[in-house]
Design a protein around this ligand. Structure first.
Ligand code: CTP
Length: 403
């Protein structure tokens, strides 16, 4: 995609020796697909799981394994390649990072190509640990991860719960490659894990208002914006609950996902969950009207239906008890955009409103990009240019975190 944060970025991928090394192929493939330049360094034990040929073919670059590569032997072409690598990179990802590699880097060892480059880095470091559950939860490993965060400012993409190669099931599986790339994008865009301790409730998607068991009244919202907000908030450290109307978007397993269909179900879910959250971001395109009566049987052609009687749905934002909560609304407009958004901000008693106009090219429903204006209840206003919905989500979170 044009303007992709990853495009043109220089990324070192360090691969250490665990079964999750096979997933490194997907990381390289996706980084390259998105325009990043990738150089891979493997530890000697990573060679037991995957070949350098695979990773050099996918990255289009030589893979370094030996701390003293061939070109440097016998004093020929003797370069300080590790410094060249460390100063070249915009980001280093270590995925999988075994407990051995984590222990070495957190204690200052530089005994192979990967740990040597890691010790000389100037750019952000992203660590995706992978180990069997008892190894992962070992207090020494936990302490080493803490040291990596504290001493090196490393970002850790935590392991996931699930089926492990040992046959056990528990914590320690390497994070999904897609999540690692999302986190890489976050690091490269300069967003920090600044939402730790926050509890954020997000709504997404359309609502469907049933006419009969077959038909409904809906709208064209895909849910993309809300799902990207939930994802970005989670990656930045928040505990996230996502209430979604019908949408085909996927959320990380760590995000509590509540699926609803109609405006009244969404209202109930928001009311129930707002109590345990500090922030609500209401990005759902909630139906304003629903059929007065829902037919229990399919309405037949012979019934000669000529009109459907509608009644207003409750306005969720207007009905809520907002005391002590940060509330963010959305306004999707086609005309008099700024005025309508400012009116909604006041009328619905919001802290902030995110305006997007259907008149902006590549913005709004169904697109992967969006162009927004953020308006705060202080009158402060900020226009953002067209960005991916992920970057747009992060810009919204940065603004709300300043409230
Ligand atoms: N919203 C809501 N409950 C509704 C309708 C909308 O909470 N029944 C929320 C939306 O999630 C959004 C904000 O109100 O955050 C503005 O929604 P929008 O559809 O733009 O505005 P409406 O109030 O529905 O007004 P209109 O459709 O006339 O523009």
């Amino acid at each position: 995609m044009k303007g992709d944060t990853l495009s043109g970025k220089k990324v070192i991928l360090g691969v250490s020796g665990g079964i999750a090394a096979y997933k490194a192929c997907l990381i390289v493939r996706n980084l390259v697909k998105r325009g990043a330049e990738v150089r891979v360094i493997m530890t000697p034990s990573a060679l037991e799981f995957i070949t350098p040929l695979t990773l050099s073919t996918l990255s289009g670059n030589e893979v370094i394994v030996n701390i003293f590569p061939e070109t440097q032997k016998n004093g020929v072409n003797l370069k300080t390649w590790h410094i060249e690598y460390a100063t070249w990179a915009d980001l280093m990802i270590i995925a999988p990072a075994t407990i051995n590699t984590i222990a070495k880097i957190s204690n200052g060892f530089a005994d192979n190509a990967l740990t040597t480059v890691a010790s000389a880095l100037r750019c952000p470091l992203l660590i995706a640990p992978a180990a069997d559950m008892d190894m992962y939860n070992n207090p020494v490993n936990r302490e080493n991860l803490r040291k990596l965060k504290e001493l090196l400012g490393a970002t850790i993409v935590s392991g996931e719960e699930g089926f492990l190669a040992s046959g056990l099931s528990g914590m320690g599986r390497m994070a999904d490659p897609e999540k690692i790339i999302d986190m890489a994008e976050l690091c490269l865009s300069g967003f920090k894990q600044d939402l730790l301790g926050r509890k954020i409730l997000v709504t997404a998607g359309p609502t469907f208002e049933d006419i009969d068991p077959v038909r409904f009244i809906g709208n064209r919202s895909s849910g993309k914006m809300g799902f990207q907000i939930a994802k970005a908030a989670y990656l930045r450290g928040a505990e996230v609950t996502l209430i979604s109307g019908p949408s085909s978007e996927k959320a990380y397993p760590e995000i509590k996902l509540i699926k609803v269909r109609s405006a009244s179900q969404m209202k109930l879910a928001v009311e129930e969950n707002l109590i345990s959250n500090d922030t609500l971001i209401m990005s759902a395109a909630v139906a304003d009207y629903r059929p007065h009566n829902v037919s229990v049987k399919k309405i037949k052609k012979e019934d000669s239906l000529s009109s459907i009687s509608l009644v207003k749905t409750d306005d969720i934002l207007s009905c809520l008890d907002k005391v002590g909560k940060t509330i963010v609304g959305f306004a999707l407009e086609t005309d008099e955009e700024l005025k309508n958004a400012q009116d909604k901000l006041k009328r619905k008693n919001l802290d902030m409103i995110v305006l997007n106009s259907l008149n902006d090219k590549n913005a709004g429903f169904e697109f992967d990009t969006n162009k927004i204006t953020v308006i705060k209840n202080t009158g402060e206003r900020k226009d953002y240019p067209l960005h991916s919905k992920f970057i747009t989500a992060n810009n919204i979170l940065t603004e709300l975190n300043k409230l």
